[in-house]
Design a binder for this molecule. Structure first.
Ligand code: FAD
Length: 513
């Protein structure tokens, strides 16, 4: 069978392959799903749009058994690699496999099963399911929802769990990686293993935030909680970075019930620029932004704290107002620059989907996205503001510039996720560039160079930071990224994927022949 696979992928000119060849290969591997050989557009691309490599085959597995068979077959070959592809929303080719097999996780049978164990509710979901489908099924069928989200939900469960998965709930519940209790994983050896904190724990924690290096997540058990009916979504404008961070940190360190349920923030340009400036702040197109409330000596950028409070249908509007006003009381935002809307919980969580539709219509959704995501320690965040927000990107990046605090104690240090070195509070910083393609927008190389400059300035200044959704070209860089976690990461690789078959697009390890 292996010889057949090798012959198939190396021996033939892809264009001369017939449907019969493909059917024979499926049969030889005993696959229920399908195989596509030769150039398959989707497998060569990702959301970043800056990298493109061709796999030898694009496989659509339909079950965990298919995944395991494929990984075993690749392991038996001399040099095949396997990349699980979630929804391909990586930026730097992380879900690609140059000359290897790309496995479309979304083609696996979609399972979302809600269950109760010892009084707690969970959803068992397949690794290739989109979070938006988990949301819809859990809310509409059971009035339940996961506790921790990403801002955008057309991402797969396996894809975000391989990184961390963060949004405005992470300050309270931690990232998505600390909100799953059990995984089914196909390791790089082709073994299917159920793992959790108590069983096969090294694999469980390794895979969470493991950049796809130790196994392919075929099922995850996600913690659920009652879903609220409504959300009051509020934006508050700040002119001073110190006031913005003080208030954001105040809110994320208060106990549950004494704070908002979601806390994020962003930086915007102090101008009437439609894409980067004041017009990006109001939540309702009918709400205007009156710049006369901004003191004339304000800097080139302003800050917006974004918060949300969960509400239930039985809440009286006056009680919601009272609760919100109590929470806003100690905050130092520009009083007349507060914006709010009430919307359903599902609409709130699907808010970026609306932005996607808008961006698609403008041709900037499918353009290159040289994004930069970082975790920056509280100790370095004021320097970061000065060196980056108020200097390098003071004219904006053509899209959101997110900044919000999270708490280290809500992250499990046994997972493979890497955080900055010091302190309880650190910030997510995300430069989500949405420029039109060149020549309408700047050349992508210039934007990549700007990312490089930002990283370099942070290094020179000694700012304590780590890349989130990291991407490096050499193992030396990866070693530096992992720091004192590198040895553990390498040991996990040796245990669970000793031939380095999995997730070659991360460029951490080289396939052993
Ligand atoms: P892919 O890009 O397909 O894969 C990512 C990596 O995981 C690859 O190495 C791949 O091989 C591996 N992988 C995929 N599936 C599996 C699996 N089942 N088992 C093991 N490994 C697997 N992130 C946040 O944390 N918060 C956000 O708010 C957020 N918003 C985003 C908004 C947009 C518009 C975009 C494009 C990205 C956003 N991200 C966010 C980043 C996102 O979480 C990551 O890019 C994630 O990897 C995308 O998931 P995906 O399913 O597309 O994974």
């Amino acid at each position: 069978m292996i010889a057949y696979l090798e012959h198939f992928v190396h021996g033939n000119d892809t264009e001369s392959r017939t449907d019969d060849d493909v059917t024979s290969l499926c049969k030889a591997l005993d696959l229920q799903g399908s195989i596509n050989c030769g150039p398959v557009d989707v497998a060569c691309k990702d959301f970043g749009g800056v990298k493109s490599v061709e796999p030898l085959a694009f496989v659509r597995p339909s079950s965990t058994d298919d995944v395991a068979r494929l990984v075993r077959a690749a392991g038996g070959s001399s040099n095949l690699t396997v990349a699980a592809r979630g929804n391909g929303h990586s930026i730097n080719g992380q879900a690609m496999a140059d000359g290897g097999i790309v496995m479309d996780m979304r083609s696996m049978e979609e399972k979302i099963q809600v269950l109760r164990i010892n009084g707690l509710a969970y959803a068992d979901v397949s690794g290739g399911v989109l979070w938006e489908d988990v949301l819809k099924r859990c809310v509409s069928g059971f009035g339940l929802a996961p506790r921790s989200w990403t801002d955008y939900l057309s991402l797969t469960v396996g894809g975000t769990l391989s990184n961390a998965g963060v949004s405005g709930q992470a300050f309270r519940y931690g990232p998505q990686t600390t909100n799953v209790t059990e995984l089914e994983v196909v390791t790089g050896k082709g073994d299917t293993v159920i793992c959790s904190e108590s069983d096969n724990s090294e694999l469980f924690f390794g895979v969470l935030g493991g950049l796809g290096q130790f196994g392919i997540i075929t099922r995850a058990r996600v913690l659920l909680q009652p879903a609220p009916d409504m959300v009051r979504w509020i934006r508050l404008v700040y002119t001073e970075f110190e006031d913005f961070t003080r208030d954001a940190e105040l809110l994320v360190t208060r106990p549950e019930g004494k704070s908002f349920d979601y806390v994020e923030g962003f930086v915007f340009v102090n101008s009437d620029d439609l894409i980067n400036g004041w017009p990006t702040v109001p939540l309702d197109p009918d709400h205007g932004f009156d710049p006369s409330h901004i003191p004339p000596n304000s800097g080139p950028v302003l800050y917006c704290l974004e918060v949300a409070l969960h509400c239930w249908n039985y809440d009286l509007p006056s009680n919601i107002d009272t609760a919100v006003n109590r929470l806003l009381g100690p905050l130092r935002f520009v009083e007349r620059l507060k914006f709010q809307v009430d919307l359903s919980y599902t609409e709130f969580l699907l808010r970026v989907k609306r932005a996607e539709q808008h961006a698609e219509a403008n041709g900037i959704w499918n353009a290159p996205h040289p994004w930069l995501n970082m975790f920056v320690s509280k100790s370095g965040i004021a320097d970061f503001d000065r060196l980056v927000f108020r200097s390098i990107v003071k004219d904006g990046v053509g899209g959101p510039m997110l900044i919000y605090p999270m708490l280290r104690s809500k992250w499990d240090s046994r997972t493979s996720v890497v955080l900055p070195e010091g302190g309880e509070i650190f910030y997510l910083v995300a430069l989500l560039r949405f420029s039109p393609p060149y020549p309408k927008g700047p050349p992508v190389e210039n934007l990549l160079a700007q990312n490089h400059e930002i990283i370099q300035r942070c290094l020179n200044r000694g700012i304590d930071f780590k890349l989130y959704l990291p991407h490096y070209k050499t193992q030396e860089d990866w070693k530096r990224h992992f720091g004192n976690q590198w040895t553990r990461f390498v040991e996990r690789k040796a245990n669970f994927d000793p031939m380095a078959i999995l997730a070659p697009g991360q460029r951490i390890f080289t396939r052993i022949s």
